[in-house]
Design a protein around this ligand. Structure first.
Ligand code: PEP
Length: 258
């Protein structure tokens, strides 16, 4: 665990216009400076809507902020006649370091399956960005006790055709759907159970180096008040944060959990 730099990623979802985005990133930078945050110790990433990215880039570059940023989705196509799609090369050109793929809201509302998530992850990586590949079960599956099996099946499908070296550099986010935006946080033990299973499966398929390198995040109602317990777990390398990432104090507190 000590060889992996923890990562806190704030998924803003469909919130904040480009002016509000600049305001929040500025406030976050000040909050982290106040808290004497060490960016070498915990990586900080914001994931705004596409329309905010250019403004965030200008701010981050202009003020030499150590905050990184990414996009919430990417096209599975390289560009061309695909109205409404954003190609990976466009995001890379804007300085994005990360791309979230397969978020449960996209799987549910846009019917994205593992094959599509896999194609998007490949496009992100080919353009030089790190995919944050989201997996996780819904409430019914959790109640039936099939959460590990279900999440690992999503993982296998989403990671098809990646080499061991590529997998070592990926980020996987385990997000139980029943804990997203509900205030119902999984216990640290719940998070550890599935994050450990994800790492073990990666070890089986891609070997020990991939398993040691890959960062596995937990996501689902993470707040400054509950992050420390989750981060104590051996196989949890950070958090994907929704609601709490829209407040600089709260997200700053999550990043400065140590
Ligand atoms: C998310 O959308 O990735 C998420 C974890 O949301 P929240 O923190 O609001 O539960």
């Amino acid at each position: 665990k000590n060889s992996r730099v923890p990562l806190m990623a704030g998924n803003w979802k469909s919130n904040l216009n480009h002016l509000e985005a600049v305001h929040l990133v500025q406030k976050l930078a000040l909050t982290l400076a106040d808290k004497k945050h060490d960016f070498g110790k915990v990586e900080v990433v914001v994931v705004p809507p596409f329309t905010d990215l250019r403004s965030v880039q200008t701010l981050v570059d202009g003020d030499r902020l150590q905050i990184r940023y990414g996009a919430q989705d990417v096209s599975e196509h390289d560009g061309g006649a695909y109205t409404g799609e954003i190609a990976a090369s466009m995001l890379a050109k804007l300085g994005c370091s990360y791309v979230v793929v397969g978020h449960s809201e996209r799987r549910e509302y846009h019917h994205e399956d593992d094959a599509l998530v896999n194609a998007k992850a490949h496009k992100a990586l080919a353009a030089g960005m790190t995919p944050i590949v989201c997996v996780g079960e819904g409430l019914e599956i959790r109640k039936e006790g099939r959460h590990v099996e279900h999440t690992l099946a999503q993982l296998d499908g989403s990671l098809a055709e990646f080499t061991a070296e590529q997998v070592a550099g990926l980020v996987i986010a385990y997000e139980p759907v029943w804990a997203i935006g509900t205030g119902e946080v999984a216990t640290p033990e719940d998070a550890q159970e599935v994050c450990a299973a994800i790492r073990a499966r990666i070890g089986e398929v891609h070997g020990a180096d991939a398993a040691d390198g890959v960062r596995v995040l937990y996501g689902g109602s993470v707040k400054a008040s509950n992050v420390a317990g989750i981060m104590q777990k051996a196989d949890v390398d950070g958090a994907l944060v929704g609601g709490a990432s829209l407040q600089a104090d709260e997200f700053g507190g999550i990043c400065r959990f140590y």
